[in-house]
Structures are given as structure tokens and as C-alpha cells.
Design a protein around this ligand. Structure first.
Ligand SMILES: O=C(O)CCC(=O)C(=O)O
Length: 943
């Protein structure tokens, strides 16, 4: 070994400033997560077969694109013409169609499809959740544990309702009493860019629908003060009539009543007249399908897109990436809603209309069992984003969960996509004493059948077939509002004195809040039609994540879109990408697989133009906190940054490779390319999933060789015998690297270390494969039975390894508020105070367990310790291609945790450990022998 040893035992001045906002994955010492790998499908996939790079010159790109566009336009329209996709039970084979295309067999006999080319019409940018304006954490967007829907956010004051013709309104300007404007045409969507202006009075928060044009004649009516004389008659809930009547009948009747309606709509509503009864009867008819799940009829069709779990849904669909909550918003727009079990009693869904409550804040009423709001809701970021959709004519996609009580038929799958809907109204109501925000949606394309309509039934009332809803201006706030309920008109401005009150009829009755149980939707409100310029347009419900350009673009098939899910073209299920090789539909009744061809990422493309690689020792780009000391030395082509952490017995070493190391025959360059040309069995493994429905897969691909890693099912590990060369070569290289570092650290000779090491040399290699944007979150490698030394070889795109103290050691207190009695180490909160009480606490533990437990509850208060938040990173190591990280010492894993992410299209990390065979459960023991490292790498090629 050539060893220029230059010890710089100095405290670095650089402070690790980058603070992660990531939610931690639980560390192993909290026993909160256990990783399991389903490797049953191993060994069946074909190799990632490199494709000749046939990328044409840039100038040809445009021409090529244009040339293929017509082809793909045809293809898409064919796909879209498909009325329904097949559900779980019966996938319709598309063999005939696929046979016309160039189907070919992989070496393992699995069918793959040729890649579609660019489809400009159908192109949808994968939205970065980071764009989300709401309460979604900024850099955790793809982590199921972290990503949240934008169900609730900061209260967002909405834009106020404009006055008529843009004029401001003042309640004192006129004395005209309550005037209904029920003959106003259906609400006109706002012209994009023409946002509502504000009334001048201190007024009402706008809480209702799209701005409407109101004639100046009507204007006068807005400002009437409420007088007893002007109040309508008292409200009585009307019983629903048993005999439903047809929509056409009521439409015809009410058409002739238009003038009378203008005069005095209340007369019709409160008289026991034929039209009033008919409206109630229609309402009853509309609500006859709002039954509980078990009674629901079969739907008339099948969803085009469906999923069995939340992660497969969110990883596949560009319009729904909310792992929690009902709403997915990005870039200031709502893209999708999911309505499932938690629903409000006045929610409503039929074939064309959905009315829902904004998410969050519901609790179950003890007496009625109904979901009621626990707090006042105000218009939040979701409502704001929904208004943007209205203003820009952006439809949103609605998805139903199987437990949605209001869907009129039985959804055939856990999550089924309904269709694109226009948000039409946003308003505030009262429920259970609190305010709730409500939305109304209309289906965009009425020409398309609604698969969720009950079988053998037609829609009771067509959209727009009834007269428009009655509209009135509030005499108190002046805002024009539609009548929602047959019970009577109410002002829906949450700040108005008259909010949610039905005006009494006669002189002596005060306006009063309605009895919630008696509220009956006005069919004219429910079934109104809101015209949009893009009505009947057909937007795709299928995301095109898995569409290659048709050229051999380096890194295209390992880009983010390629590890997201795809919609199965045979059965419509969202398929997560679980295998490194491609997609396999999880529907047991569907055999669809797709293996996109891989364009080799040549190792030379990893060279960084602004960081030239030389045969000199590479410069360092690591950053450590002042707490951490570094010792630098140089050996065998590596710069070795060895970090020591105070209070920790052990070290972390970063071996930074130079050109000679990387290009060594059989070395990192060769390994990187070989790993792309060999199927080593990488798969995403499932983790405990908390509250997610369906499995929760980690965000990288992994496979284990040698001794089974405790956190992986025994069957998942493979023998070194017959393993791909990079696996066994890594084991040998890392055995050498660990010995080199131990010899340097202990000032003992390599020979000396060799004898000791051989007994417990690395007997396991865990290979991790990362596509673009994949990463491993904070975790430790401190499981029971692991040796104290862990080494990782990094290949491919540059990574960043971040090290931080675990929260429970940093704060010294568990999430339950109990003091953690592990000895404190420098850098933790209240280090000196905690150190001072350690010996008395230890003594108490030994003498009086009751007093000891009581003391552990006291200490956090005494020392003002809090359990929230994470420690800052203390070390950031920039892992280049060919670099090695060695962590030595059990304390590092006990007190610290690490996370790695990378900036590129493809990275591998091969980690070696010693796993004590005696620590394995009988069921986890391998049925093959884990032999010794016979390759004997000794770094001599780099002397
Ligand atoms: O370098 C990497 O990607 C991290 C590997 C790792 O942390 C592990 O295998 O535990």
C-alpha cells in the first residue's frame, strides 16, 4: 500500500446547513419498521437489454416528432374509443390488437409491447408535487409516508362576489325588498382573467358559485334591508311524495310559470301546489339511489381506470397524487378528488352531478352516527384552487372509493375513477352547528356514458332539463345566491347576519335556521347545467407515464416517469412498477406485462464536465458540522475522509475514488455497465403501510445476496453462487476497503487485520437500484445480529449521503413524552444537563424501578425537552461514482441515521455487512451455503 498519511485532525469550519424537512422513516431502534421483500417472482425477468443508441441529430427530432404524431393521434383515439375497461374479474384480451403490433418475446418468454412514440395531444406533464402551494412538505413529495393531499390548508380568503356590471354594492342604496332573480340564465362561467371584483361594503366573504351577470334592473333589488313584511312564510319540511313524476313534465309546467316565478317564487314553493309537490317528488326520485353500500345495484359499466391500493393509484395517475386527504392540488389548481367512506349526509352523487363537502374536520356524532363537522370550515387553499379551475375551465377528475355511501351503484374495485367534472359551485353551509364548505360538480362530457349509473336505469332528470334554480339577493348583504333547498331560500354568505336562515312568512316570524334533517335539495339546483366552452371535450384518464419517445435516449427509461405506475391497457388497473425490468399487472385475472427496452447509460456519461476526473487524488466536496472531526489520508487512488463523532466509538469513512480507481479493469465503470446488462432481481419491496389501503412499496429497487438480511424474507436472498460478477466483485472490494480502514485506524498492519477479519468477513451484499428521483430515507443499519462494520460502494449518478442524530437521542424524549435514558452524546439537546443527571438516573434504575419510571416522566418537563422536530444533518457526503462509505461501530447506528438521494437517472448502491448466522430465525436461514470471499481483491492494481 502506498500510504501518504496526512492527518489533519481539525474541526471543519463548514457547518452542515442543509436541514431536511423530510419526515423520517422510523429508525430500526424504535422497532417501528421492518422491511420485507417479496422475492417470489425473482429470476423470471429478462435482462435489461442495451439498445443501440440510435438517437438522431437534434434537427431530425422535430421532423421525427411531426412524422409520428398522426400515427399516435390515431392510436390514442382508438384507445379512447374504448367504452369501458375490463375489471378484475374479466380482463378482455387485447391479443388481437397487440398481434397487429410488433409483439416480441423476451428471452424469458414474457411478452412485451413495443413502446409507443410521442403523443403530443395526449401529453401530460408529470406534475411535481413540490409545486403544490398548500401544506404539502416541499421535498417529500413522492414519499407515501409523507405526501399529503391538500385537504385543508391555511384559511384562504376568497374573492368577493362582484357587484352587478362591476358596480360595488351598498346595502343602504335601495329599499327594495327581497327579490328573486330566478329567471337569470344559468350561471355564466367567468371569462378567464376576468376575476371577480369586490363589493365595497364590509362584507360578505364570497361563498357562492361563478360570478353571474345580473341586469342593472336587478341591481336595485340587491340592497334591500330585510323587513318583517319582506320575509317569506315560515318553513315547514315537506314530506317526500311517493309518486315520482317525470322531468319533462315538470320542465314543461315550470316553463309556462316563468313569469309568475319572477313575480313571486315563494308562492310556488310554499303553496301545496302541483309544481311544489312535483319538485319534492323529483327530489325524492333523485335521492332514491343514495343508499348504503350493501344495497347498491350493479353499475351499468366498468371503470376505465381503477386501483386496488392508494399507492398504486397515486403513483400512476397524474391527476391524483394525494396519499392522504380527499383532494390533490398542484400548481394552484385542483386536479382530482377522491370521495370515499367519510362523507356528509348531504353529499350527493348521480350519473352527472356530485355534491360534496370539503375534506377534513368531520367527527362521528355519538347519537346519530352521522359525520358532523368538528369545527367551522372556511374557504381554504382547496377552495381557492377550485376557483382557479372554474376561472380557467379546468375540469377535475373525481375518483370514488368502494365505501363511498353516495355513489349510486356498487363500485367494482377499491378505487374507481369516475370522470372529468366541472366544479360549478363553492359555498358555505351550516351543519351540526358548524360551518362547512361545499362543492358542486357536473360531468364535463355528457355524451359519455357514466359507468357508475345503476344498471338498467336511466338518469331521472337530464342536466339542464329543469328551469334554472331560483336566485335571490340577500336583503342584508346584497349577494345573489341560488336556492339550494326546497325548504326555502337562504343567504350563504358566512359573515352575513342572514347566513343560513330561512326567512319567515308573515309579519311576526323571525328568520330561522332550518332543521338539518328536513332539508331537501331543490332539483332545479341539483340538475342545472353550467355551460363551459370545453363541454364534451374528452381528456384522457390514462396517464402516459410509460411512453418512450421512440428514440434511444440515454436515461429516458430510468427517468421518474418510468418507475411510476401505468394503467394496464388490458384491464384498466393502475400497475405500480415493482420490478426493475418493467410492469406486471397485479390483477390475477390479467397477464399483462411490459418491459421497456433499456438504453445503456455508458459509464463515460457519468463524468462531470465541471469536476474533471484525474489520476490525482480527487478533491473533497463533503461538508460536516463543527462537532465532527475529519482525518484525511490518501491510499490506492482514494482520498479517504475519516470522520469521528464525539461520544461515538467508531468512524465514518468516505473513500473518494479517482480516475484510476473508476477505470480499473473490472472496477466501478465496468460494474456499472454490467449491472445494467444483467437482471440481478431488483424489485421494490413492500413495507408496513400505516393507514394506506393496499401495500406500501419503498421508493427504490433492492435484492439481497448471501446471508439473508434480517429485514428481508428468507426466500428473498440469493446465493453468491452464480451471482452476477458485480455482486461478488463488490463483496471482495469492500472486504479489502474495510480492512484498509481498520488497519489505518488501529495502526495495525493489513496482515494483522486480515486474520481477525477473515472470521467475520462480509457475508452479505444488499444491492439497491435507484431510478431518477428514487432515494432511501433516513434509517440505520443497526439491526440485531449485524457486525459493527458496514460498507457501501456507490455506482452511477452522484449521491448525497446525509447523517443526523436520531430524534429520540437528540431530544432525549420519546414521542410519548418519556425521557430516553440512553447516555447523552455531544450535540444533543441539553447535553450538559442530561449528562449531569445520568448517574443518578442509572442508580435509580438499579434500585427503584417505580421511582425511576416516575423520574423519566418528570425530566422532560424539568429540562424543557420536546419531542418534535428532527436534528440537523451533521455530515453531508457527496458520493461520486466508485466512492465507498464505511461506517464502523455499533454506536453510529444506535445514535445516528442516514439517508441517500441522488441527482441523476441511474444509481446503484451495493452494501456489505456481516450477518451473524446465529442471529437468524430458523425460517430465515438460507438453504444454500454462504461461502467465503474467494476473489481476493487487494487494491494492488491501484498501488
Ligand atoms: O448509498 C446508498 O444508497 C445507501 C445504502 C444504504 O443506506 C443501505 O443499504 O442501508
Amino acid at each position: 500500500m502506498t500510504g501518504l498519511k496526512r492527518k489533519i485532525d481539525e474541526r471543519a469550519s463548514n457547518r452542515a446547513e442543509k436541514t431536511s424537512t423530510e419526515e423520517p422513516r422510523p429508525s430500526n431502534d424504535s422497532n417501528e419498521y421492518e422491511l420485507k421483500l417479496d422475492m417470489n417472482n425473482y429470476g423470471t425477468a429478462a435482462c435489461l437489454r442495451p439498445r443501440r443508441n440510435t438517437r438522431p441529430p437534434a434537427s431530425l427530432f422535430a421532423a421525427g416528432f411531426a412524422a409520428v404524431l398522426p400515427t399516435f393521434a390515431t392510436k390514442v383515439s382508438r384507445q379512447k374509443g374504448k367504452a369501458t375497461s375490463k375489471a378484475k374479474q374479466k380482463p378482455v384480451p387485447k391479443k388481437a390488437k397487440r398481434a397487429q403490433e410488433t409483439t416480441f418475446e423476451t428471452s424469458t418468454g414474457r411478452k412485451t409491447q413495443p413502446e409507443p412514440g410521442p403523443d403530443k395531444d395526449d401529453h401530460v406533464e408529470i406534475p411535481a408535487v413540490e409545486e403544490n402551494l398548500s401544506n404539502v412538505p416541499q421535498d417529500n413529495t413522492w414519499d407515501p409516508a409523507v405526501v399529503q393531499g391538500t385537504q385543508s390548508g391555511d384559511a384562504h380568503k376568497s374573492q368577493p362576489e362582484p357587484g352587478p356590471d362591476g358596480a360595488s354594492r351598498d346595502a343602504s342604496q335601495t329599499d327594495v325588498a327581497l327579490t328573486q332573480v330566478g329567471t337569470t340564465p344559468p350561471p355564466e362561467p367567468q371569462v378567464p382573467g376576468n376575476s371577480p371584483s369586490s363589493p365595497t361594503h364590509d362584507g360578505p366573504q364570497k361563498a357562492f358559485e361563478t360570478p353571474q351577470k345580473v341586469s342593472s334592473q336587478d341591481t336595485q333589488a340587491f340592497f334591500a334591508p330585510l323587513t318583517p313584511e319582506s320575509m317569506p312564510r315560515p318553513v315547514r319540511a315537506k314530506p317526500l311524495l311517493p309518486t315520482p313524476i317525470g322531468a319533462s313534465q315538470i320542465a314543461a309546467e315550470t316553463d309556462t310559470e316563468t313569469t309568475a316565478q319572477q313575480e313571486n317564487a315563494e308562492t310556488d314553493l310554499y303553496d301545496n301546489s302541483a309544481s311544489s309537490q312535483q319538485l319534492y317528488a323529483l327530489a325524492e326520485q333523485l335521492f332514491s339511489h343514495q343508499k348504503s353500500t350493501s344495497e347498491k345495484p350493479e353499475p351499468c359499466g366498468q371503470p376505465e381506470v381503477w386501483a386496488d391500493g392508494r399507492q398504486e393509484l397515486c403513483e400512476t395517475l397524474h391527476y391524483y397524487r394525494a396519499y392522504q386527504g380527499a383532494c390533490y392540488s398542484t400548481g394552484g389548481f385542483v386536479r382530482g378528488f377522491m370521495f370515499d367512506k367519510v362523507a356528509h349526509i348531504r353529499d350527493y352523487t348521480d350519473g352527472n352531478v356530485v355534491i360534496s363537502r370539503a375534506g377534513g374536520g368531520l367527527i362521528k356524532d355519538k347519537d346519530s352516527g352521522e359525520m358532523r363537522s368538528s369545527r367551522d370550515q372556511v374557504e381554504d387553499i382547496v377552495a381557492h384552487n377550485l376557483r382557479n379551475c372554474i376561472n380557467h375551465y379546468n375540469p377535475v377528475v373525481i375518483i370514488t372509493g368502494v365505501d363511498n355511501p353516495h355513489i349510486p351503484s356498487k363500485p367494482p374495485q377499491q378505487y374507481c375513477v369516475l370522470d372529468y367534472f366541472k366544479p360549478t359551485h363553492i359555498w358555505v353551509e351550516k351543519s351540526g352547528g358548524g360551518k362547512i364548505v361545499r362543492y358542486r360538480f357536473e360531468k364535463l362530457n355528457l355524451k359519455k356514458d357514466s359507468w357508475w349509473r345503476p344498471k338498467d336505469e336511466t338518469d331521472a332528470i337530464e342536466l339542464g332539463s329543469l328551469p334554472p334554480p331560483i336566485k335571490k339577493a340577500c336583503t342584508s348583504c346584497g349577494v345573489v345566491t341560488s336556492q339550494l333547498y326546497l325548504n326555502g331560500w337562504m343567504c350563504l354568505q358566512p359573515d352575513c347576519l342572514m347566513f343560513w336562515k330561512i326567512a319567515g312568512h308573515g309579519t311576526d316570524t323571525e328568520p330561522q335556521e332550518p332543521d338539518e334533517g328536513s332539508l331537501v335539495y331543490d332539483p332545479r339546483f341539483l340538475k342545472q347545467k353550467t355551460p363551459w366552452p370545453n363541454d364534451d371535450h374528452e381528456y384522457s384518464l390514462v396517464s402516459n407515464n410509460a411512453a418512450l419517445s421512440g428514440y434511444s435516449v440515454i436515461g429516458e427509461d430510468t427517468s421518474q416517469a418510468f418507475w411510476l405506475g401505468m394503467v394496464c391497457p388490458d384491464c384498466g388497473r393502475c400497475i405500480p412498477r415493482l420490478s426493475w425490468m418493467g410492469w406486471e399487472c397485479q390483477n390475477p385475472a390479467c397477464g399483462f406485462t411490459k418491459e421497456p427496452p433499456h438504453t445503456l447509460v455508458p459509464a463515460v456519461t457519468l463524468r462531470e464536465p465541471l469536476w474533471p476526473l484525474t489520476s490525482q487524488y480527487t478533491l473533497s466536496r463533503d461538508i460536516q458540522a463543527p462537532l465532527i472531526s475529519v482525518c484525511v489520508y490518501f491510499a490506492n487512488g482514494y482520498r479517504i475522509n475519516q470522520y469521528t463523532i464525539p461520544g461515538i466509538d467508531g468512524f465514518i469513512a468516505h473513500m473518494i475514488a479517482n480516475k484510476a480507481v473508476i477505470e480499473e479493469p473490472g472496477g466501478p465503470d465496468a460494474m456499472f455497465e454490467e449491472l445494467q446488462q444483467t437482471d440481478i432481481g431488483l424489485r421494490r419491496r413492500s413495507m408496513p403501510n400505516g393507514q394506506l389501503k393496499g401495500p406500501n412499496y419503498c421508493r427504490h429497487f433492492t435484492v439481497n445476496y448471501g446471508m439473508p438480511y434480517k429485514f428481508i424474507a428468507a426466500t428473498a436472498s440469493q446465493s453468491f453462487e452464480g451471482a452476477a460478477r458485480p455482486i461478488t466483485a463488490t463483496r471482495s472490494r469492500l472486504n479489502w476497503a474495510a480492512k484498509l480502514l481498520l488497519s489505518q485506524d488501529s495502526n495495525r498492519s493489513m496482515n494483522d487485520i486480515e486474520k481477525q477479519w477473515k472470521e467475520k468477513e462480509f457475508n452479505e451484499v444488499l444491492a439497491l437500484g435507484y431510478f431518477e428521483q428514487q432515494k432511501i430515507n433516513y434509517h440505520d443499519d443497526g439491526e440485531f445480529g449485524l457486525g459493527p462494520t458496514i460498507a457501501t460502494l456507490s455506482l452511477g449518478a452522484p449521491g448525497t449521503m446525509r447523517i443526523r442524530m436520531k430524534a429520540r437521542h437528540y431530544h432525549g424524549v420519546s414521542s410519548a413524552g418519556v425521557y430516553d435514558d440512553a447516555p447523552p452524546i455531544p450535540g444533543c439537546q441539553q447535553y450538559a444537563a442530561r449528562l449531569a443527571l445520568q448517574s443518578s438516573l442509572d442508580a435509580l434504575k438499579a434500585s427503584d424501578s417505580k421511582a425511576y419510571n416516575a423520574r423519566r416522566k418528570e425530566i422532560p418537563k424539568e429540562l424543557k425537552l420536546r419531542s418534535s422536530g428532527q436534528a440537523k444533518d451533521v455530515l453531508n457526503m457527496q458520493l461520486g461514482h466508485g466512492d465507498i462509505v464505511v461506517m464502523h461501530g455499533a454506536d453510529i447506528q444506535r445514535y445516528y441515521e442516514h439517508a441517500v438521494e441522488h441527482a441523476g437517472k441511474l444509481r446503484f448502491a451495493l452494501t456489505c455487512r456481516y450477518i451473524d448466522p446465529g442471529s437468524l430465525k430458523e425460517a430465515d436461514k438460507p438453504d444454500y451455503e454462504v461461502g467465503p470471499d474467494t476473489e481476493g481483491y487487494d487494491g494492488s492494481g491501484l498501488m
